[in-house]
Design a protein around this ligand. Structure first.
Ligand SMILES: Cc1ncc(COP(=O)(O)O)c(C=O)c1O
Length: 381
């Protein structure tokens, strides 16, 4: 597999750069805050035995996850770290030489694992419309050619924030079903709609053959739990994924499982808080873009916590978004993710909108000062 560009970038810069403005997760809480929001006694944590747990995931947790969908049973849910579940599911789903379509730009593993499984991977690019990134529904027949094994989607999409409405989701699922294509939908950014004010329904609620992936990392703001789930109705595929998991983590930590229950208890409080941050950061980014319309062009996100700006170039740096991101990181300590990290040219920049409002505001102020200096051709070292 090629190195995971975005994850390598964060590993190098996220924890040593002052203003990380491009992270995709929402503002987190401490263990104590989570238990308090969940109305749970914190001493429960101290009496939690550190034993192995059910490899498929705590049955009570799977039952609660299953209850989030229309007709899913607890035995159809497999718990694990979201990234782990992408890797295991796509590896087990795709056989060498099978054709796979991935909606792009995308989180690299959605493409990379399919490719590593031997898949013959084709892109279905989102279109940069006049006011949003959107799926080209008219391309369905051209894209879902006979013999296609899977369509891999992620709505709301990382990095564009593009989403689909319920009608489009139903059409995608029906088109996949008619052709025997498995729809794999990464729904980890569900729960933070911006515009329209609703997410599409989960893929597994519109097709019995689809697969939905979700977790606590983004919308809940709890990436440190390393916990998510995948809904696998097909018993053979589920069996293969469970068998593959025996070679990755075997099972989740029971501490994580206990805190995952707390996360579900606290879901509405966490989401409300994260949505407040998101909408305020959204307004702040809009004000920034409106101040520099000659430098940035923005198709706003429809959901989730990430969004993509087009960089229009600066005389002192040229048109490259990665040059711009390098310059603002070095001179102002502002971390922005260029679209090169998503194999999506070098003209766009990903921002993350889910973090603390004050930190985001401080970061945007530092970015604005740096932009002014770059415009004058004199960035501070
Ligand atoms: C679309 C998408 N899916 C999955 C993941 C992986 O989530 P985690 O880091 O919690 O494993 C990410 C993380 O950025 C993501 O953006």
């Amino acid at each position: 597999m090629r190195p995971f560009k975005l994850e390598r970038f964060f590993s190098e810069h996220e924890f040593v750069t002052r203003f990380p403005l491009c992270c995709s997760d929402c503002e987190t809480v401490t263990v104590g805050e989570l238990l308090e929001l969940a109305g749970r006694d914190p001493t429960q944590l101290l009496s939690q035995p550190l034993m192995y747990s059910d490899p498929q995931g705590d049955p009570a947790l799977r039952a609660r996850v299953a209850g989030r969908y229309r007709a899913v049973s607890p035995d159809q849910v497999v718990m694990g770290a979201p990234q782990e579940l992408i890797a295991l599911t796509l590896r087990c789903l795709i056989r060498p030489s099978e054709r796979v379509v991935v909606i792009t730009p995308c989180y690299q593993s959605l493409w990379e694992v399919a490719h590593a499984a031997g898949g013959d991977v084709d892109a279905w690019p989102l279109v940069e419309g006049s006011d949003r990134f959107e799926i080209d529904m008219d391309a369905i027949d051209r894209v879902l050619l006979p013999g296609t094994r899977a369509l891999i989607a992620n709505f709301p999409n990382n990095p564009t924030g593009a989403s689909v409405n319920a009608a489009h989701m139903a059409r995608l699922a029906a088109s996949c079903d008619e052709r025997g294509v498995v729809l794999f939908c990464d729904e980890i950014y569900h729960g933070l709609p911006i515009s329209p004010a609703e997410d599409p329904p989960p893929a597994v609620d519109v097709s019995p053959n689809a697969i939905s992936l979700n977790g606590f990392s983004k919308t809940f703001g709890l990436p440190g739990l390393r916990m998510g789930w995948v809904v696998l109705r097909n018993p053979e595929l589920r069996q293969r994924v469970c068998e593959a998991k025996d070679y990755s983590t075997i099972c989740s930590s029971p501490v994580t499982e206990m805190l995952s229950h707390a996360a579900l208890d606290a879901e509405s409080a966490l989401r409300a808080r994260n949505r407040r941050n998101l909408l305020e950061n959204h307004d702040r980014l809009r004000a920034f873009v409106e101040t520099y319309p000659h430098l940035f062009d923005w198709r706003q996100a429809q959901g989730g916590s990430v969004t993509l700006l087009r960089f229009l170039g600066l005389p002192s740096l040229g048109p490259s978004a990665s040059n711009f991101c390098d310059a603002v990181r070095r001179s102002a300590g502002v971390l922005l993710a260029p679209s090169t990290l998503f194999d999506f040219g070098d003209q766009h920049i990903r921002f993350g909108l889910g973090r603390n409002r004050q930190d985001f505001a401080n970061g945007i102020d530092a970015l604005a000062r740096c932009v002014e200096e770059l415009e004058r051709g004199t960035p501070t070292p």
